[in-house]
Design a protein around this ligand. Structure first.
Ligand code: NAI
Length: 341
């Protein structure tokens, strides 16, 4: 759909945050990185409050000199800006029950992922701003890149413009956490959610399946477990290929491979027409993701994800995946090479 707008530091006015109380709900991967970046950008510590249940994350926040509030109702009442940075699956319960009823009617609410907003799982008041500032990096990189004076890729959007100044707030907050240094891409919760869920539910499952089947075929052809594990991923060759793809270009990185490899990869991929895969991807996008079917099914099992043992559906899936020959072989290889890896 054409070119996306890219926002830079010069598009942001940090002045719109002066005297605003900025509350971070959660001090985990993203919360700790974003709160520290924001403080380093000159927002006074007294304007920042970490809302966190009593746990080790709260202790870390205190150790780093932040003010911490355990009572969510109190934190909600004072928030002009609320960053929701707790795991996606617990956000609806915690936000809707403990924050939403107490939040100011003109508060700015910031999400770092589109899922709960896109599927209407969070309850907002009409006068509130709802913005997305979604780093495309894990929290430790959000922090370390900022410390090195560099930015990180990020998506930004205004989903509800209750005050009429949602974009000003979104850009100031993006700038304060260091996201406009490298350029923050204008996006939407829809775009962010479909891309994320498609990667998770279409692209990577197929990649896992392809590795599994390639492993099985090569093992049947007489290749050893040790050789296969190293050849296919333990050497980190795939990681290097993706690193090169990011630096040099998705196809241009092929030039680093041997001529035999370049010829094989290009001729092989161009021969695969991809029609069946395209239909499979469309089915997942339209009938599983955009239809809300996945979201509904996931909501049903959410509470079980905290359980121990086989009643936790994720544990059950891990157990089933251990039946894969690739996983069994890798375990044997790692046990044998323990200490050498
Ligand atoms: P996390 O798993 O690191 O969150 C831990 C924090 O959540 C802690 O402060 C903990 O006290 C709190 N918490 C956990 N369960 C809670 C509960 N039941 N009630 C109250 N507080 C609870 O979360 P993470 O990974 O930082 O994700 C936060 C948001 O950032 C999510 O929306 C996620 O999609 C998004 N995001 C995460 C990225 C990452 O690096 N993990 C990358 C980009 C976006």
């Amino acid at each position: 759909m054409g070119q996306a707008k890219i926002y830079y530091d010069s598009d942001a006015d940090l002045g719109v945050l002066s005297n605003k109380k900025i509350v971070f709900l959660g001090f985990g991967n993203q919360g700790s990185a974003q709160a520290q970046n924001l403080r380093d950008s000159g927002i006074p510590n007294d304007q920042i409050l970490i809302a966190n249940r009593v746990d080790s994350y709260a202790e870390t926040a205190k150790a780093k000199g932040f003010h911490v509030e355990h009572d969510f109702a109190t934190a909600a009442e004072v928030a002009d800006v609320l960053f929701i940075l707790i795991p996606d699956q617990v956000q609806p319960r915690v936000f809707n029950e403990q924050f939403s009823p107490k939040l100011k009617s003109n508060a700015t609410i910031v999400v770092a992922s589109g899922y709960n907003v896109f599927f209407n799982l969070l309850k907002f008041q009409p006068g509130q701003d709802v913005v997305m500032v979604a780093p495309r990096m894990i929290g430790s990189s959000v922090r370390s890149l900022h410390e090195k004076g560099r930015g990180f890729p990020c998506f930004v959007s205004v989903e509800q413009n209750g005050t009429g100044k949602g974009l000003d707030a979104a850009l100031a907050l993006s700038c304060a956490i260091g996201a406009t240094k490298q350029g923050a891409i204008a996006s939407s919760v829809r775009e962010e959610t479909v891309m994320d869920l498609m990667a998770e539910q279409a692209l990577w499952p197929n990649i896992i399946m392809m590795f599994r089947e390639a492993f099985n075929v090569l093992k049947d052809a007489g290749c050893s477990d040790e050789a296969l594990c190293y050849e296919m991923w333990m050497s980190k060759e795939p990681a290097e290929i993706f690193e090169r793809a990011a630096d040099d270009g998705f196809v241009a990185q092929l030039k680093h491979h041997s001529t035999v490899s370049q010829y094989g990869q290009l001729s092989g991929s161009l021969k695969l027409e991809g029609g069946a895969m395209r239909e499979h991807f469309k089915d997942i996008l339209y009938n599983q993701i955009l239809s809300g079917k996945f979201c509904e099914a996931f909501s049903q099992i959410e509470d079980d994800l905290d359980k121990e043992g086989d009643t936790n559906p994720l544990n059950e899936l891990y157990k089933r995946s251990e039946e894969m020959e690739l996983v069994k072989a890798e375990k044997r290889v790692r046990a044998r090479l323990a200490g050498l890896l």
